[in-house]
Design a protein around this ligand. Structure first.
Ligand code: ADP
Ligand code: MG
Ligand code: MG
Length: 252
């Protein structure tokens, strides 16, 4: 099971001028095995949605609920959310100097499972994951995100996704800064993940490009802090042709 249900979510962010409402009633259900794309103009609150699901302290939930398989996500700590099966890949991943990719992944896996993975199979799994993402085995010895290119950051995220094997993955702008080869490699990783039994994916993106490689089951247009329209993958094609003007004007 991996059912993520977001109901009438309202979120404010702390700004210098005080709290500002960014999410204005987001309602969205990702059923077992479904991939949903959220598309919207810059500043519409897409990353705020990802951060709110992740439990980022800067964002205050002022209303609504988020549940994963019936469990109240919003009352959980960030660690507990991961253990519950949520995976969040952020638009701006943090650097962790002095911690190697291999150790980072092993620590994360250990924290999730409550026990360390068996070393021999783990090393094999890590190397296989890196290889599939066109990363050299020596990548495992580098400090997390330190000096990573845009493409390496995203490939590292997908390595985490494949190795940590969450129930639901929230991927924020996974396509940003990728050239076409990296985009294909990253998309293939996401597609391998979603081919596993019952996995949910929430793919947040400004551009339709990645949706040519990761075909969503549902597309939601996100404007001014909420879902303005939902449809199938043909909705992404309409957005590619017409842009967001219609929605932004309707909202103004
Ligand atoms: P998107 O990801 O769709 O581009 P964001 O969620 O990043 O949108 O931002 C939505 C709005 O919230 C923007 O107006 C942005 O300036 C504001 N915002 C988001 N995070 C913060 C923050 N930490 N501090 C101040 N304003 C923020
Ligand atoms: Mg409301
Ligand atoms: Mg964003």
């Amino acid at each position: 099971m991996s059912k993520l249900v977001i109901t009438d979510l309202h979120v404010t962010v702390d700004t210098e001028d005080g709290p500002k409402e960014i999410l204005k009633g987001v309602t969205l259900t990702i059923n077992d095995g479904e991939t949903h794309a959220i598309m919207g103009p810059n500043g519409s609150g897409k990353s705020t949605l990802a951060y709110s699901i992740a439990g980022h302290p800067k964002y205050t939930i002022t209303g609504g609920t988020v549940t994963l398989d019936g469990q109240d996500v919003l009352s959980l700590s960030v660690d507990e959310r991961a253990r519950a099966g949520l995976f969040l890949a952020m638009q701006y991943p943090v650097e962790v100097p002095g911690v190697s990719v291999s150790n980072f992944l092993r620590t994360a896996k250990t924290a999730l499972d409550g026990e360390a993975p068996k070393l021999r199979t783990w090393v094999k799994d890590v190397n296989a994951a890196l290889e599939q993402l066109n990363l050299d085995p020596s990548f495992g010895t580098r400090s997390v995100n330190e000096g990573f290119s845009g493409g390496e950051k995203k490939r590292h995220e997908i390595a985490q996704l494949e190795l940590l094997d969450p129930k639901v993955a929230v991927l924020d702008e996974t396509d940003s800064g990728l050239d076409i080869d990296a985009l294909k490699v990253v998309s293939e990783g996401v597609n391998r993940f979603r081919a596993r039994e019952g996995k949910g994916v929430l793919l947040i993106t400004h551009y339709t490009r990645i949706l040519r490689y990761i075909e969503p089951d549902f597309v939601h247009v996100f404007v001014d802090g909420k879902v303005a329209e939902s449809g199938g993958k043909e909705l992404a094609e309409q957005l590619e042709a017409n842009g967001y003007d219609k929605y932004v004007k309707a909202n103004a």
